[in-house]
Design a protein around this ligand. Sequence first.
Ligand code: UD1
Length: 388
Amino acid sequence: MPGEVYQSHSASVKSSVKKTPVKILVVAGARPNFMKIAPILEALAIRGAGKDTVTFRLIHTGQHYDRAMSGSFFLELGIPEPDINLAVGSGSHAEQTGRVMVGFEKVCQDERPDWVIVVGDVNSTLACSVTAKKLGIRVAHVEAGLRSGDMAMPEEINRLCTDAVSDLLFTTDELAGDNLRREGVAPGKIAFVGNTMIDTLLRNKARAMESVLPEGVIEKQYAVLTLHRPSNVDSAAALRRIFEPVRELARILPVVFPVHPRTRANLTAFSLLNADDNNIRLIEPLSYLPFIGLIARAKMVLTDSGGIQEETTVLGVPCITMRENTERPITCTVGTNILAGTDPAQIRLAISSVLQGTIRSGAIPDKWDGHAAERIVTRLLDEHSVSG
Ligand code: UD1
């Protein structure tokens, strides 16, 4: 019978053909993405080596492109050269996002991956997740579920949109999972795996501690400042308010300030640097190892970054976050972070409590143990073998 012939042929094909490896595109675009993808690429390489189970390619969107903002991270963290660089560069949000979408659509059409992995909350994360999903490609979001509740933050919009289209949502803590469940994400799509940024920190901490501190700076006798959020640095009034308490601190403790390009441009444009600010040490953005080495040995860190709140928590260094909200509340409830806001009086209070040593010492959040990337790859491959 024709049916019988067909059945036996199909059975023999099944037994002689190996299962095709799952094909994954890993996306990175901007500085805070690079330390998050490094351990994922490593875990994929280990799982895929010689086993024909997984193939992957690294796509750099080129959102950050300077050596200081991008190239040095690849070198220090041993991240392989990107297979494809879309070289989108800077621009308005729509220009940058649009350019990534156009470039990444072509990559997806050529490569036909089974999965796209995106990390964090930058414009590249949003652009690539939406583009992949519209082509019917499954999306895994690493660092899903973080919410500041502040829709004036471009990153919050990126997080919400990325999570809404993702098929697998990897979270860094249980609060993020709660946020996603509250938004109606099916619990089966959420996996609490830990923090890949902390995987990288733990792997590289010893090397970072060997880095040389800026000249004249003594361990535990300086503060570190980083500022780059548009809400803090794009208006003269906002930047001036934050600078007031920092200037006062600098009279008693040197403040080392690796300056993001947008902040440097605005400090100059708003004429905010005085001749008597010589205890505020402006330096170029640092690469990964010297930066971790710098914050690890600081008396305190003042920042508006997201990731630095997590890194200081693991390093046990007091962190004063100069923002009205944080998408990483676990760093305040468990870690060393103080959410001071942007009111100079509140920032002064936080600084005094660190100087007087009246803050509580923090602890390390659950699963921030250096093994998040392995959990991610295991879950992704399990998911693929079930549904792929
Ligand atoms: C981006 C991310 C932010 C992240 C930050 C870390 C978004 C919406 N924002 O903000 O979440 O915390 O990266 O740095 O994706 N520039 C350079 N060299 C570069 C890159 C940028 O000089 O390699 C300058 C350009 O003038 C550019 C400006 O920095 O216009 C801002 O860069 P952009 O990528 O638009 O956003 P970031 O502020 O860096």
